[in-house]
Design a protein around this ligand. Structure first.
Ligand SMILES: *Cc1c(COP(=O)(O)O)cnc(C)c1O
Length: 390
């Protein structure tokens, strides 16, 4: 099928919940993707920070193929070696001690919120203005942006919103019924917002002093995106609970909640479950993906090439009035424009670059961690071309 035929069929048969760009992707290899009309692109979206180990990673593919032949699915009523070995691997690379498996980021946050409420016996959760935590009723409630909530009321009770980066606001908001503070270590959907220096450390102290749990939503920042395996390590702050998804399994759908033993023990049999959670196929994919990150030293590459990317973008900022700010951590990079950046995205498609526009005016670059300096040069040259035409 060509692009036009695919688009027509989508409008007829698929619920129109997405404002899609008019390209249909058919194939990916590492940092490159191809569309249905044969054009290729350097992919700086990577399925929104999912394909950290590159498209169609051969190691992940091999692990999936091998597992498919053995056991695709079984119930959590039984044990599997794949699930326990993935849990151990996650514990080894994270600051946590136990894992629960689910299927998406929203579900991971749901699990984290349930765990915090069960453990504390309290109901209130403080989240941040302009945060993003998912699309279920409870996670749109946790998301501090009315545009995601409108039309879907009644929302889940018990949520309060503090301005991101404002430690005093959180202090004032904490009450005797506060169970947890839920925060993205770097805000993704609202335009790659890096918190002020020391903010996450202060948040940890405030939470500890008030006996409130700290939950990091690392759905987007996890698995090398910010230069360490988790942003908690990048910032040197250990939360009580971490929610994960996106890049966890190299593109295979999966989510997880990580916690320390004392918190994790509050979940007892019957408290929480997911039919597909931690299924052997997903676990095999996740292990292969995490091992690839470790073996190929993608954490070093994320740090090094992230800095290289930002350097090049800062040079562009000197040449182009339109760029307001360049910011990021590792290979999670945002370029804030002085105008709307929706049409820049379309112009960059024509230059063979896939990028997306977050929060209306921020070009967000979250490429596979395997991106090379040469590819970064190509991306920044294309952006230079586009900005020169403005
Ligand atoms: C993408 C994202 C989610 C939602 O994940 P889904 O898998 O789409 O449910 C939650 N939190 C953050 C920070 C995200 O970036």
């Amino acid at each position: 099928m060509n692009t036009q035929e695919i688009i027509e069929m989508d409008s007829k048969y698929v619920m129109q919940t997405y404002g899609r760009h008019k390209i249909a992707l058919v194939k990916g290899k590492d940092t490159t993707v191809w569309d249905a009309d044969g054009n290729s692109y350097i992919d700086c979206v990577a399925g929104i920070a999912v394909n950290n180990v590159g498209h169609s990673n051969p190691k992940v593919g091999e692990a999936i193929c091998n597992q498919v032949k053995k056991l695709i699915h079984t119930s959590n009523l039984y044990y599997t070696e794949e699930q326990v070995t993935l849990a151990k691997l996650l514990v080894d690379v994270s600051p946590h001690q136990k894992a629960f498996f689910c299927n998406s980021g929203a579900e991971a946050n749901e699990g984290a919120i349930k765990l915090a409420r069960k453990h504390s016996g309290k109901g209130e959760i403080i989240t941040m203005i302009n945060s993003f935590h998912g699309r279920t009723i409870t996670t749109i409630t946790a998301t501090g942006q009315p545009k995601y909530q409108k039309g879907f009321e009644p929302l889940t009770p018990g949520f309060k919103y503090a301005p991101y980066g404002d430690i005093e606001a959180v202090k004032e908001m904490i009450s005797p019924s506060t169970a947890a503070v839920l925060v993205e270590p770097v805000q993704g959907e609202s335009g790659v917002i890096v918190p002020p220096e020391g903010y996450l450390k202060q948040l940890k102290e405030v939470c500890e002093d008030s006996n409130v749990l700290l939950i990091f939503d690392e759905v987007q920042t996890g698995f090398g995106r910010t230069g360490e395996m988790f942003a908690s390590q990048t910032f040197g702050v250990t939360p009580d609970i971490t929610s994960l998804a996106k890049a966890i399994a190299g593109g295979f759908p999966m989510g997880a909640v990580l916690a320390n033993n004392d918190v994790a023990e509050s979940f007892v049999p019957g408290d929480h479950a997911a039919t597909f959670g931690g299924n052997p196929l997903g676990c095999a994919a996740a292990k292969a993906s995490i091992n690839f990150i470790l073996e190929e030293k993608l954490l070093d590459k994320s740090k090094e090439n992230g800095s290289y990317f930002v350097e090049k973008l800062l040079k562009l900022q000197n040449q182009h009035e339109l760029i307001n700010e360049v910011r990021g951590k590792g290979l999670m990079v945002g370029v804030e424009m002085k105008t709307d950046c929706g049409c820049m995205v379309d112009e960059l498609f024509k230059e063979g670059i896939i990028v997306n526009c977050a929060a209306g005016n921020v070009l967000r670059f979250v490429p596979p961690l395997t991106i090379t300096k040469e590819q970064i040069d190509t991306v920044t040259a294309a952006l230079n071309n586009v900005l020169s035409r403005y």
